[in-house]
Design a protein around this ligand. Structure first.
Ligand SMILES: *[C@@H]1O[C@H](CO)[C@@H](O)[C@H](O)[C@H]1NC(C)=O
Ligand SMILES: *[C@@H]1O[C@H](CO)[C@@H](O)[C@H](O)[C@H]1NC(C)=O
Length: 455
C-alpha cells in the first residue's frame, strides 16, 4: 500500500526547521510525470506542513486536506497504470510523500478520500456481519490455544461472507487484509472477483475492527477464529491468503492457536513483513506530534514484537507460498534470504514446506511483474493468480516449475479477468490506508507490551 505520506509528514514535523522541505517535495512532484503543479496542491501541502507544527493537529483536519488533493488525470488503460507505477515506484523513502501525492494526482486513488473513510464500515467492509452457527462450537478457544480476549460476536461479525460462498461445495479461502485497510477495500477488486469464478477456491474476507491499526496480537485473534469458524461451517480445511500485516497475524495465529495448524491446507503470503520494516522504523519516532498507531509501532524492524515473533513464528507451520517484490516501497529489506518476507523452513515440520517467491528472481527483470512491483501490485498481477492456482490444486506449496508458461504470466500487465477499474480499485488501497492512519485516534509513543502468553 502507498501509505507513504505518513513518514514524510512525520519527518516534516521532526525536521520542521529544515529549510526547503516544501520546496523539495514540490520540486519532486513537478519534476515527475504529472507535469505542472496546481496552486491548489501547493496550498494543500503547505497547509499540511503548517499543521504538523501545531500541537493541536488532529487526524481529521489532515484528512480534510488530503481530500483536497484531486486527480489531475485518469489512466485510460492498464498499460497507463503500469507506466505510472513504474515511474513512481522503487525504494526511495525520501520521496515517499511525492509518490503518494503522485498516485492520487494520477488518478490511482479513490476520487474522494473523505467519502471513502465515512463509508468505512458499510457493505463489503462491514465488521458487524451476522453469520450462521457452525455445526459444533468453535468458541471458547480449543484446549492448547490461547484464550480469546475478544467476544465471539465480534470475532464472527468481522467475517464477510459474499453471496458467492458455497458453504463447503468448493474449498474455502480466507482473505486477510493489511494495515490501514479492510478486507473489502483490499480484495473486492482482485481475488474477491477472480476466485469465485474458480472451482478450486471460495473466498470470504476479514473486516477487522480498527483497520489492523490496533495491536498485532489482537488483530491475530480474528484470523485464529476465522480459520476454526470457516472450517466449522464448511466441514473442510481452509486456505488463507494475506497481505502485509495480515501475514504477521496469520503466522501469530498459527503459533498461539495451534488448533488452526491442522485446518490450513495452504497459506499464500503477499508482501509479508515477518521482520517488520526498516521504512516503518524511520516513520515511528518515539516522540512526535503524530506518533504511530499500535500495530505500526510493532512493525518496526527492531520492535519488541518482531523480536518475539522471530523466536517462535519465523518458520512455516503449514504449506506456505510467499510472494514479494525487492522494490517494495513499504517493507524493506525485501531481497534475498534477509528479506522480511522470507519465511524459514523448520526441519521438525517437514510437511510444512515453504516456497519463497521474490518476483525479480523468478520473473524476467524487464517483465511487468518485476518492473511495476510495489507493495500492493502483486495482488492484481497474473503471477499471484498462477501461484494460488498451483498451490490450491496440489498438495504442499506452489511449485513454479509446474506452472505452464510461467514467464508468460510474468509478462502479463494484469491477471486475466481484471479491468482497468479493478486495477485502479486495487491501487487505491494505498491512499485509503494513508487516510485511515491519519484519522485513527489511537497513537502510542512507546510500543505496547508483547502479550504475556508469548513471553
Ligand atoms: C484437514 O487436514 C488434515 C491434515 O492436516 C486432515 O487430517 C484432515 O482430515 C483434514 N480435514 C478435512 C475436513 O478435510
Ligand atoms: C505464454 O504466455 C504469453 C503471454 O500470455 C503468450 O504470449 C505466449 O504465446 C505463451 N506461450 C506459450 C508457449 O503458450
Amino acid at each position: 500500500m502507498r501509505i507513504a505520506i505518513v513518514p514524510a509528514l512525520i519527518l516534516g514535523c521532526t525536521a520542521a526547521a529544515a529549510p526547503g522541505l516544501v520546496g523539495g517535495l514540490l520540486g519532486g512532484v513537478t519534476g515527475g510525470l504529472v507535469g505542472g503543479l496546481t496552486g491548489q496542491l501547493k496550498n494543500t501541502i503547505g497547509k499540511i506542513e503548517q499543521q504538523l507544527n501545531d500541537v493541536g493537529v488532529t487526524g481529521s483536519a489532515l484528512l480534510a486536506q488530503l481530500g483536497d488533493i484531486q486527480p489531475l488525470s485518469k489512466p485510460s488503460s492498464i498499460q497507463d497504470v503500469v507506466t505510472i507505477l513504474t515511474k513512481i515506484g522503487g525504494v526511495k523513502p525520501a520521496t515517499l510523500l511525492e509518490s503518494t501525492v503522485q498516485l492520487v494526482l494520477s488518478g490511482l486513488g479513490p476520487s474522494n478520500l473523505a467519502t471513502v473513510m465515512n463509508q468505512y464500515s458499510a457493505g463489503v467492509n462491514s465488521e458487524n456481519n451476522i453469520n450462521r452457527e457452525p455445526a459444533s462450537p468453535v468458541y471458547p478457544a480449543a484446549a492448547g490455544d490461547v484464550p480469546y480476549s475478544i467476544t465471539e460476536e465480534k470475532l464472527r461479525g468481522a467475517i464477510y461472507i459474499p453471496s458467492t460462498f458455497t458453504y463447503g461445495k468448493k474449498p474455502p479461502v480466507i482473505l486477510v487484509p493489511a494495515t490501514g485497510t479492510k478486507g473489502g477495500f483490499t480484495y473486492y477488486n482482485n481475488l474477491g472477483k477472480l476466485l469465485p469464478q474458480q472451482e478450486y477456491a471460495d473466498p470470504v474476507w476479514l473486516n477487522v475492527p480498527g483497520w489492523l491499526l490496533e495491536e498485532v496480537p489482537w488483530n491475530s485473534e480474528f484470523v485464529a477464529y476465522a480459520i476454526n469458524y470457516i472450517s466449522g461451517i464448511t466441514s473442510r480445511n481452509v486456505s488463507v491468503v494475506a497481505l502485509s500485516q495480515g501475514n504477521l497475524n496469520t503466522q501469530w495465529a498459527l503459533t498461539y492457536w495451534p488448533s488452526t495448524r491442522a485446518l490450513v491446507s495452504d497459506y499464500i503470503a503477499v508482501s509479508p513483513d515477518y521482520h517488520g520494516s526498516a521504512i516503518i522504523e524511520a516513520m515511528c519516532p518515539s516522540l512526535g506530534l503524530l506518533s504511530c498507531t499500535p500495530s505500526l509501532s510493532q512493525q518496526t524492524y527492531t520492535s519488541n514484537f518482531i523480536q518475539s515473533f522471530r523466536q517462535r513464528s519465523a518458520a512455516a507451520f503449514v504449506p506456505t507460498t510467499t510472494i514479494y517484490t525487492a522494490t517494495d516501497e513499504i517493507v524493506q529489506p525485501q531481497h534475498g534470504t534477509g528479506a522480511s518476507g522470507y519465511l524459514l523452513q523448520d526441519s521438525s515440520r517437514p510437511a510444512a514446506g515453504v516456497v519463497n517467491v521474490e518476483l525479480q528472481k523468478v520473473c524476467p527483470l524487464d517483465s511487468p511483474a518485476s518492473l511495476l512491483s510495489d507493495h500492493v501490485s502483486p495482488l492484481w498481477g497474473a503471477a499471484l493468480q498462477a501461484l494460488i492456482k498451483d498451490a490450491l490444486t496440489h498438495d504442499g506449496p506452489a511449485d513454479i516449475s509446474r506452472i505452464p508458461n510461467w514467464t508468460g504470466e510474468c509478462s502479463k500487465l494484469a491477471a486475466d479477468g481484471l479491468t482497468l477499474a479493478d486495477v485502479v480499485g486495487t491501487t487505491s488501497i494505498g491512499p485509503i490506508a494513508v487516510a485511515s492512519w491519519l484519522l485513527y485516534p489511537k497513537r502510542v509513543t512507546t510500543e505496547p507490551a508483547v502479550p504475556a502468553y508469548a513471553l
